[in-house]
Design a protein around this ligand. Structure first.
Ligand SMILES: Nc1ncnc2c1ncn2[C@@H]1O[C@H](COP(=O)(O)OP(=O)(O)OP(=O)(O)O)[C@@H](O)[C@H]1O
Ligand SMILES: [Mg+2]
Length: 239
């Protein structure tokens, strides 16, 4: 359902053209939870940006269900993104001048939903992430883990086809990271939420159905939870 086909992405840095993704083929099934790992600079965040329609490939195609998002113009892409993609970032990226409830309701308001239905849905999602009573507070009084829960609620409130998470536990201690990962797993299992998560942490990647290892802009290897060599793959990273 989500597909990157022969995707190239290059950036111009001064005189040089730097090729970050090199003929990448990658696909994610509906309802799958995929973790992407790999060295710094290997193109993981770049791929998420392309899957989420925040940027376009230099060549190749990005398909989200039946839509080739690389063929949309910028305005169409923005609308598609607002309706279909949820993002969670390492640094939460909540809007500091808005309450928690307003932050979560924001994507709904941006899609033209009425204030009271937006607030209602926002509060449903706040409850789902365990923050039912926090709606009227401002993000800066929340812990990092709580802020990331708000970010998860905001990312999911639109019931997106695809949730993209770029190192969502990168700023959190182990306990808070576990809470966020449990939460993502919950939405994956109960709502069949499709998730692509970039992480440097094999412990976090262990929550996914499949772990994809990036190197120099292509997939070096990947392993499914059911594969015989899954345990060996994971142990290699623990060492
Ligand atoms: N907008 C841009 N302009 C120029 N170069 C860029 C841009 N975005 C990314 N790059 C370069 O592309 C390469 C891949 O970056 P990317 O952020 O995708 O790596 P990453 O795998 O997410 O790394 P990390 O694990 O450190 O987050 C890097 O060398 C980066 O400097
Ligand atoms: Mg990155």
């Amino acid at each position: 359902m989500i597909k990157a086909v022969q995707v190239n992405k290059s950036f111009r840095v001064g005189e040089q053209e730097m090729m970050v993704l090199k003929g990448l083929d990658f696909s994610v099934n509906k309802g799958e939870f995929v973790a992407i790992m790999g060295p710094s600079g290997s193109g993981k965040s770049t791929l998420l940006q392309l899957l989420g329609g925040l940027d376009v490939p230099t060549a190749g195609e990005i398909q989200i269900d039946s839509t080739a998002i690389n063929r949309l113009n910028e305005k169409e892409r923005t609308i598609f993104r607002r309706r279909n993609i949820g993002f969670v970032f390492q640094n939460y990226q909540l809007l500091p001048t808005m309450t928690v409830e307003e932050n979560v309701a924001f994507p709904l308001r941006a899609n033209g939903e009425m204030l009271h239905t937006s607030r209602e849905k926002a509060n449903q999602y706040l409850e789902a992430v365990g923050l039912a009573k926090m709606g009227q507070r401002f993000p800066n009084v929340l812990s990092g883990g709580q802020q990331q829960r708000v970010a998860v609620a905001r990312a999911l409130v639109n019931e997106p086809k695809l949730l993209l998470a770029d190192e969502p536990t990168g700023n959190l201690d182990r306990k808070m990271a576990e809470e966020i990962l449990e939460l993502l797993s919950h939405f994956h299992e109960h709502n069949r939420q499709t998730i692509v998560m970039v992480t440097h942490d094999i412990f976090a990647a262990g929550y996914a159905d499949r772990i994809v290892l990036f190197k120099d802009g292509v997939i070096e290897t990947e392993v499914n939870r059911e594969d015989e060599d899954y345990a060996r793959f994971v142990a290699h990273f623990m060492a």
